[in-house]
Ligand binder design. Structure first.
Ligand SMILES: Nc1ncnc2c1ncn2[C@@H]1O[C@H](COP(=O)(O)OP(=O)(O)O)[C@@H](O)[C@H]1O
Ligand SMILES: [Mg+2]
Length: 314
């Protein structure tokens, strides 16, 4: 692939479209940060959304906006970002936090010693906001007692550190708040990242603008002709999830480059859908095929089977 095409793909992967839900979630996190930074007030938030709606993107952008700074007095870490280990325990959670704080001895000492070190580092590094991603790992594990222990540990860490905290995860993460009342009281503020809906006019046009914006990042000579019918097709092809839209458009771009086309059209989107979203999505099962009858692809053999929205994502 030519250098300019690779650059286009790199630029596309880096671009964040500031759609209204994203901006609103970002602003709420800024507020939690500023309240802590300016007046020492602890404001906690829980951010819930199905996979691909942009939670980790939000986390990364926030970290970029408030990066680690090396000062004469030492390191300042205004925002501490933690990814929950896949099977969290007090030990590996504490180690993950110490690692992010730059402790070379992150795996040394008892759980109590580690927690003490975390609090010292957080004070010294002036941590104002902690973001904990992949919260669902707390409840994905078989051991019934562990979520309780780790969530109790997390609660004391939040209380003792005084930093604002944002918890992020799939819908089933909320269960952690159901089993831990003390944590629930601290996370009554909630911000959701939902898939775009076409049943709602406002969300439909937000989705329209997201697709338009993604296409314009490609800077192809011929902009995508985005009719309302095509937005419906995009919605069926992605279930309204921005992560799928990003994958679909990047694949369509590659098809367009291969076919030496000036812009994206129905044919390259049709091919991109089978290449990047659903291998079996051909003919009338492909939202970009003229014979496709509008419907959500949520049967159990289809890519957005209803399990993620009901059972799996709980
Ligand atoms: N606002 C956005 N603008 C552009 N791309 C986005 C946006 N939000 C998410 N994405 C893309 O969607 C994909 C999934 O996003 P991610 O943040 O990992 O979702 P989640 O953490 O909710 O599963 C990533 O490739 C990311 O680059
Ligand atoms: Mg994520």
């Amino acid at each position: 692939m030519q250098r300019d095409h690779l650059e286009t793909i790199a630029r596309f992967k880096k671009t964040v479209i500031p759609h209204p839900q994203y901006v609103s979630a970002f602003e709420q996190i800024v507020q939690a940060y500023e309240l802590n930074e300016q007046v020492g007030f602890q404001q906690n938030l829980i951010c819930i959304g199905v996979s691909g709606t942009g939670k980790s993107t939000l986390k990364r952008k926030f970290y970029d906006q408030y990066p680690v700074i090396q000062t004469e007095l030492g390191k300042r870490i205004p925002v501490l970002v933690i990814d929950t280990p896949s099977i969290p325990t007090v030990k590996n959670m504490a180690e993950a936090v110490l690692l992010q704080l730059g402790d070379p001895n992150f795996n040394k000492g008892s759980a109590i010693e580690k927690t003490g070190r975390i609090l010292n580092y957080m004070k010294a590094c002036e941590v104002k906001l902690v973001i904990i991603d992949e919260l669902q790992h707390f409840i994905d594990q078989g051991n019934k007692a562990a979520p309780r222990q780790v969530s109790d540990w997390l609660k004391s860490l939040i209380d003792n550190s005084g930093a604002s905290t944002v918890l992020m995860g799939l819908k089933r993460s909320e269960h952690i708040l159901e089993i831990n009342e003390q944590l629930r009281r601290r996370f009554s503020r909630r911000v959701d990242l939902k898939p775009f809906s076409i049943a709602n006019q406002e969300s439909f046009w937000d989705f329209f603008r997201v697709i338009k914006a993604l296409d314009s990042v490609l800077m192809l000579p011929q902009p995508l002709e985005l009719s309302e019918d095509l937005v419906h097709r995009f919605h069926c092809a992605t279930n309204g999830v921005i992560g799928y839209a990003v994958n679909l458009i990047i694949s369509a771009y590659q098809v367009a480059v291969r076919k030496k086309q000036d812009g994206l059209n129905l044919q390259c989107l049709e091919q991109a859908f089978t290449e990047s979203i659903w291998l079996d999505g051909t003919g009338c099962s492909n939202p970009f095929n003229p014979s496709f009858k509008e419907k959500s692809l949520t049967k159990f053999w289809e890519p957005f089977n209803s399990l993620p929205m009901t059972e799996c994502e709980k």
